[in-house]
Ligand binder design. Structure first.
Ligand code: ADP
Ligand code: MG
Length: 318
C-alpha cells in the first residue's frame, strides 16, 4: 500500500538571536490511508513543528532547511501557496495544541463551522448548516441543532474539543493531524474524546496522526507508534512491539513513566531534554541514558531494523 503522507529527511531550523536551533533533524515517517499513527515524545521533541511543516505553517523564525513531504503524488514543500491552501483544511486538517488559534470567541459555532465549509465547497447556507449539525451529532454533541447557535464560551472544555474535531472533519479530510488533542482536558473527558476519535476513524476512515507527550494515550488508539527525541525519530514500530518490546532506552523510560492506576511511586527519567541550541555530541540521549556506552558520546547512532517495521536509532543494536 502506498503511504498517504510521507515525511522524508525533514529538517527545520529556528534562526534565533542565540544561533541556529535544529528543531527537526532528519525526520522520516509516514502515515497509511485510514490508520491511526501515534507520535510521542517529551515536550520539545519536535512533534508539533513536524506537523506544522506538513501544512506549511512553521512559525517565524523557523525555516524548512531540507527534506520532502509527499502527500499522494505531490511534494507539499514545493506546492504553490494557493494549492497548498487547498490541501490544508480540505484534504489534511489539524487540531492545534495552541488554544489561541482554536475557536473564535466572537462567533457562534454555526458561523465557524459553516464558514469553513463555504470557503471550500460551493454549497448553500442551508446545506452548510445541515452538514454542520450532522457533524456535531457525529461528535456526540447533544441537541446539536440548538447548540449550533451557542458561542464557544457556552461550552465546556470537552464540548469545545468535540466542536474542534467536528470542524476538522467537516470537509471529510484524508488525514487529521491531532496535536495533543486531549492534553488540556481532565482525565475522564480525555478518555471520552480519545474514544470518539477512535470511533470516527473507524466510521469515516480519516487517517489520524495522534501527537502526544503521553505514551499512555496512544496505547489503545494507535496501530503504529513513532517516538521522537530532540528533533529525531528514535524508534518506530507497531504498537505491540513498542509496548511489549521497546528497544530504545528513551522509549523504555517513557513506558516506565506512564502513571498506572494503583501504581506505586512514579518513575522519572533522569535529567532533562537538552536545549536544541546546545545538543550533546553523539547520541543526543546519551547524558540521560542508563545504557550509554563510550561510542554513544562520540558518534551519532545508526538507524537499525530490529524486526519487520520495527526500527531504533541506537548503538545497542550494532
Ligand atoms: N517559534 C519558535 N522559536 C524558536 N524555537 C522554537 C519555536 N517553536 C518551537 N521551537 C523549538 O523547536 C523545538 C521543537 O518544538 P515542538 O515541535 O513544539 O516540540 P513538541 O511539540 O514535541 O513539544 C523545541 O526545542 C522548541 O523550543
Ligand atoms: Mg507540541
Amino acid at each position: 500500500m502506498e503511504p498517504l503522507l510521507r515525511i522524508e529527511d525533514l529538517q527545520v531550523n529556528f534562526h534565533t538571536t542565540q544561533g541556529v536551533a535544529q528543531a527537526v533533524c532528519g525526520v522520516n515517517y509516514h502515515i497509511d490511508p485510514g490508520e491511526v499513527l501515534g507520535v510521542v515524545g517529551e515536550s520539545g521533541s519536535g512533534k508539533s513543528v513536524t506537523a506544522l511543516a506538513v501544512l506549511g505553517l512553521v512559525p517565524h523564525p523557523g525555516r524548512i532547511a531540507g527534506g520532502r513531504i509527499r502527500y499522494r503524488e505531490r511534494d507539499l514543500l514545493n506546492l504553490p501557496a494557493k494549492e497548498l491552501r487547498k490541501v490544508r483544511g480540505d484534504r489534511i486538517s489539524m487540531i492545534f495544541q495552541e488554544p489561541m488559534i482554536s475557536l473564535n470567541p466572537a462567533f457562534t459555532i454555526e458561523n465557524q463551522l459553516t464558514e469553513a465549509l463555504r470557503t471550500h465547497r460551493s454549497i448553500s447556507k442551508q446545506e452548510a448548516r445541515n452538514r454542520a449539525v450532522e457533524m456535531l451529532a457525529m461528535v456526540d454533541i447533544p441537541d446539536p441543532a440548538k447548540r449550533i447557535r451557542d458561542y464557544p464560551h457556552h461550552l465546556s472544555g470537552g464540548m469545545r474539543q468535540r466542536v474542534m474535531i467536528a470542524e476538522a472533519l467537516l470537509l471529510d479530510p484524508d488525514v487529521l493531524l491531532a496535536d495533543e488533542p486531549t492534553t488540556a482536558l481532565d482525565v475522564t473527558v480525555q478518555a471520552s474524546v480519545l474514544d470518539l476519535m477512535r470511533r470516527l476513524n473507524e466510521r469515516i476512515g480519516t487517517a489520524i496522526m495522534l501527537i502526544t507527550h503521553n505514551l499512555g494515550v496512544v496505547a489503545e488508539s494507535a496501530k503504529r507508534v513513532v517516538v521522537m527525541y530532540c528533533g529525531r525519530v528514535v524508534e518506530q514500530g507497531a504498537v505491540g512491539e513498542i509496548f511489549g518490546n521497546a528497544a530504545h532506552p528513551y522509549t523504555r523510560g517513557l513506558l516506565k513513566s506512564i502513571p498506572r492506576p494503583g501504581g506505586s511511586e512514579l518513575y522519572e527519567m533522569k535529567g532533562i531534554v537538552p536545549s536544541i541550541l546546545e545538543l550533546p555530541q553523539g547520541c543526543p540521549f546519551h547524558p540521560r541514558c542508563p545504557q550509554a556506552m563510550p561510542r554513544c558520546v562520540r558518534e551519532q547512532p545508526p538507524w537499525r531494523e530490529l524486526a519487520a517495521e520495527h526500527h531504533a536509532l541506537c548503538w545497542l543494536y550494532e
